[in-house]
Design a protein around this ligand. Structure first.
Ligand code: SF4
Ligand code: MG
Length: 330
């Protein structure tokens, strides 16, 4: 899929070329039932845009999103609405996604009424109780009578997960679901998301800037840089035998969890502007292994092992690439 956003800057002048933000460029990604795929990258790398494209919140510039192999673009009416229901987005800031003047019960009732229109009264209340039990907020009534501001960020994030569950989803798109939460409660929310993914045999896209959490939490990992996926594969391989120089940089600069107060990624330089991304490999201005071709020609994805691919010229099969690759693995 590709998504370009036009840049608006004053009135269009005669002869002025229209600029676009290359938010997502030629990305190919698969999500699998029962598996969690982490989408890792710095802010501004296009991860959230990609999640929103999958949720059909923006039209694509080009490409295709398929669910069970069916192009979503071809779906109409009921089939399209079913698709939108099956794919649920969970956002970073739970406070921003709740109506502040509605009780939790009111918010969940709306979600249940939307997705289970046949359920009324007692049946509807039973569905809400069940949702609250699934997210471990019990006894339910103790929480559903409250307003969003009366709950903690973690409790509210659980309720936004319950709201998503009301739709009986097959795909969760969790966009930095724990980044705004206290470090001490992140693990609980991630474990909840993992349990739900497994129990429901759903697919999950876990968007994060924290590659260490991808290693712990996700079966598969895709690394995004400047609007493109530069490396993807089983999490263990991608995080322990990172092949792309950018993935290696991300890992080298990840905070050390054994040091206190190290919850921030060290400064590793600036990602490029997506209005005028570098030609060739977009990482070449920052790459210590860059070769001449890197500045002019974009690398295609090279397969390394089953399911592990990397977009980097180091993995081409020629003497110069082999020599550079040896330097890289030294
Ligand atoms: Fe570095 Fe070239 Fe690989 Fe890009 S393609 S990451 S510039 S070696
Ligand atoms: Mg984001």
């Amino acid at each position: 899929v590709t998504k370009h956003f036009p840049v608006r800057s004053g009135l269009p002048r005669r002869g002025a070329t229209r600029k676009v933000v290359h938010a997502v460029d030629d990305v190919s990604l698969s999500l699998y039932a029962g598996r969690i795929t982490a989408l890792v990258g710095e802010s501004g790398s296009g991860k959230s845009t990609l999640a929103r494209l999958l949720a059909q919140l923006y039209p694509l510039t080009s490409g295709e999103v398929r669910l069970h192999g069916e192009p979503v673009r071809a779906m109409r009416g009921r089939a399209f609405r079913d698709h939108v229901r099956k794919v649920q987005l969970i956002l970073q800031d739970p406070f921003g996604s709740f109506n502040p003047v509605a009780t939790i019960a009111g918010t969940l009732k709306r979600a249940v009424a939307l997705h289970h229109p046949g359920k009324r009264g007692k049946d509807q209340a039973a569905v809400i109780d069940d949702l609250m039990t699934q997210i471990n907020l019990v006894p339910p009534r103790q929480f559903t009578a409250k307003y969003p501001h009366e709950l903690s960020g973690g409790q509210l994030q659980r309720i936004s997960i319950a709201r998503a569950l009301a739709a009986d989803p097959e795909v969760f798109l969790a966009d930095e679901p724990v980044s705004s939460l206290d470090v001490s409660i992140r693990l609980g929310i991630l474990n909840l998301l993992r349990r739900l993914t497994e129990e429901r045999n759903a697919a999950m896209l876990y968007v994060t800037h924290d590659i260490a959490s991808a290693r712990y939490f996700a079966t598969d990992t895709a690394v995004m840089y400047a609007g493109q996926v530069v490396e993807s594969g089983p999490s263990e391989e991608v995080t322990q035998e990172a092949a792309h120089p950018y993935t290696q940089l991300l890992i080298a600069s990840a905070p050390d969890p054994s040091r206190s107060g190290a919850d921030r990624v060290r400064d590793i330089g600036q990602p490029p502007s997506l209005i005028d991304p570098p030609a060739g490999c977009r990482f070449h201005p920052r790459c210590p292994y860059a070769m001449e071709r890197c500045a002019t020609t974009a690398p295609e994805p090279f397969p390394l092992t089953a399911g592990h691919t990397v977009r980097c010229w180091l993995y081409a099969d020629d003497p110069e690439a082999r020599a550079k690759r040896a330097e890289n693995t030294e």
